[in-house]
Write a protein that binds this ligand. Structure first.
Ligand code: ATP
Length: 238
């Protein structure tokens, strides 16, 4: 049933300037099933962030539909409480510990403290003893994982991560991969964007490849990476 499908989008289309013929996202359709880690892959400007912001109900598509667990997405839709999101630049109070920052955030959301959920989210984030340390002592990778932990606090059924590996070194990227795999292992669903195939091929079960707003390829990761010479995803430069 549709209520079991974390995400189904059809014909999603967005232009930032109505007069323009530049489409940030054009006629995008795909479905994400429970337990999948879906990589949204494409070069800069492909439309990944625009797509994710529409999924989060932050911007409204010009055309097309988004169903999250069967419910239509619009700003403030109740089903958004089942969606957790990481976007770049989450701010933390540097002199407070990681744990204190998360507690403050959780109180601010006004949602009841479900201690077992929080404990599980922190376990998955793998920050360990670092949670007791002031955030100002954190590396970039640890801050990024704290931000992911924040997005995971309520154990949302659908976790959306916009370029969580940006600025991370290879060991930190591997840790991020393990966090996503552990999260989805609980029957939850993850959507993660990246502009590097090498970053997502190990962590994702499925890929949607975008270029200039359009879907180029979609399917299980092995089908897409296996001997494909049509997949020309970007350079490592940036
Ligand atoms: P990146 O990896 O650089 O974040 P992306 O795949 O996430 O790229 P988007 O940020 O969704 O791509 O951008 C898609 C297109 O929409 C680009 O051409 C971009 O310039 C344009 N765009 C994005 N945000 C806006 C905005 N707020 N106003 C106008 N145009 C925008």
């Amino acid at each position: 049933a549709l209520a079991d499908v974390p995400l189904a989008i059809t014909g999603l289309t967005k232009r930032y300037a109505k007069s323009s013929d530049r489409y940030a996202v054009r006629d995008l359709s795909f479905t994400v099933e429970r337990g999948q880690v879906l990589g949204l892959l494409g070069p800069n400007g492909a439309g990944k962030t625009t797509t994710l912001r529409m999924l989060m109900g932050l911007i409204t598509p010009d055309e097309g539909g988004i169903r999250v667990f069967g419910h239509a997405i619009r700003p403030g839709a109740p089903v958004l409480s089942r969606v957790g999101a990481f976007v770049e630049g989450a701010g933390f109070l540097p002199h407070l510990s990681g744990r204190e920052n998360l507690e403050l955030y959780w109180q601010a959301t006004g949602r009841p403290a479900e201690d077992s959920h929080i404990a599980e989210a922190l376990e998955i984030a793998g920050l360990g003893d670092a949670l007791a340390r002031a955030v100002r002592t954190y590396s970039q990778g640890m801050r990024q994982r704290l931000a992911i932990a924040q997005a995971m606090l309520g154990l949302p059924d659908l976790l959306i991560l916009d370029e969580p590996t940006n600025g991370l070194d290879p060991p930190q990227i591997r840790e991020m991969r393990d966090v996503m795999i552990r999260y989805a292992a609980g029957g939850r669903t993850v959507i993660v964007s990246s502009h590097l195939l090498s970053e997502v091929e190990q962590s994702c079960t499925h890929l949607v490849v975008m270029d200039r707003g359009r879907l180029v390829q979609a399917g299980p990761v092995a089908e897409i990476t296996g001997g494909s010479d049509t997949l020309l995803v970007t350079t490592d430069g940036e």
